[in-house]
Design a protein around this ligand. Structure first.
Ligand SMILES: [Zn+2]
Length: 282
């Protein structure tokens, strides 16, 4: 049995504010804690019967986890030039996907810790076929096209509640209680690791009970950007239509193609934040 772990950092045990992640010395601590949370998930996966685990590092520059400290049974995808963004390496050979250290969506719960959708600098809201989604729901739909079910998530309690509206059956490790977007009551990492290990093992043992989240038919994305400059520049791609000053729309035949298209638009939007050729605009 082969499992895929998508790892982010905002929902890692010990993280409470965005400032912690931006302070260089603090960030190094959280890279270590991220590696430890992922290790707890890998251990739970093997305890539950996995034979192979692939981890995709999915935060910031996508190079956070310390490979030298990672459980040697897993392999690690790092680096940010990835057509499949947080899901690079995923295909139909996997029996399940796990989201470790993820977070609530932009504009969701007021208590979701460091909430955002993919790129806080440019994305205000993401809709797939009319449904507002966060990263986990969107990624779960992509995995669904490969017939891979989402079996486990970890993060704060508001994030878990948000995801369980779409995936009520998913196994979850709540490693912190959200107080505000930048405040949380944290479990000690030792307790968080035990919880992650046990919940992952429980999920993997009952993996046959999960169904993939499939989106049938054409997939329409509607993305509200934070600024009109970010939205307009994405219309350089001929499939993109501007449907409001800050809102774009496009349709693809399937979820995987649409996900890549979305990522292309977000890359353009991020680049357009201060002028695509690097000049700083007001
Ligand atoms: Zn992140």
């Amino acid at each position: 049995m082969k499992l895929f772990i998508s790892a982010d950092i905002e929902g890692i045990s010990g993280v409470a504010t965005g400032q912690q992640l931006k302070t260089p010395s603090e960030y190094q601590r959280f890279r270590k804690l991220m590696t430890q949370d992922v290790n707890a998930a890998i251990e739970g996966a093997f305890n539950g019967g996995a034979k192979e685990v692939v981890v995709a590092d999915g935060h910031g520059n996508m190079s956070n986890i310390f490979i030298e400290d990672l459980d040697s049974r897993a392999t690690l995808v790092q680096g940010s030039n990835r057509v499949m963004c947080q899901l690079e390496g995923l295909d139909d050979s996997f029996a399940g996907i796990l989201f470790v250290g993820h977070h609530g969506r932009e504009g969701g719960s007021e208590r979701a810790v460091i909430s955002h959708t993919l790129a806080g600098i440019c994305v205000n809201e993401m809709k797939i076929n009319g449904k507002v989604v966060g990263e986990t729901e969107m990624n779960a739909m992509v995995a669904g096209q490969f017939s891979v079910p989402t079996v486990f998530i970890s993060g704060d309690d508001a994030y878990v509640a948000e995801v369980q509206e779409t995936l009520p059956d998913v196994e979850a490790a709540i490693v912190k209680r959200g107080i505000d977007r930048f405040s949380a009551e944290l479990l000690h990492p030792e307790k968080a690791h035990k919880l992650i290990r046990e919940k992952v093992e429980a999920a993997v043992r009952r993996i046959d009970q999960f169904s993939p989240l499939k989106v049938e038919g054409p997939v329409t994305f509607e993305i509200e950007m934070k600024g009109p400059n970010q939205a307009l520049m994405t219309t350089t791609i001929p499939t993109v239509t501007l449907v409001g000053p800050k809102t774009i729309r496009f349709t693809c035949d399937d979820m995987v193609t649409a996900y890549k298209h979305m990522w292309g638009c977000v890359i353009i939007a991020m680049t357009a934040t201060n002028g695509v050729l690097g000049q700083v605009n007001a």
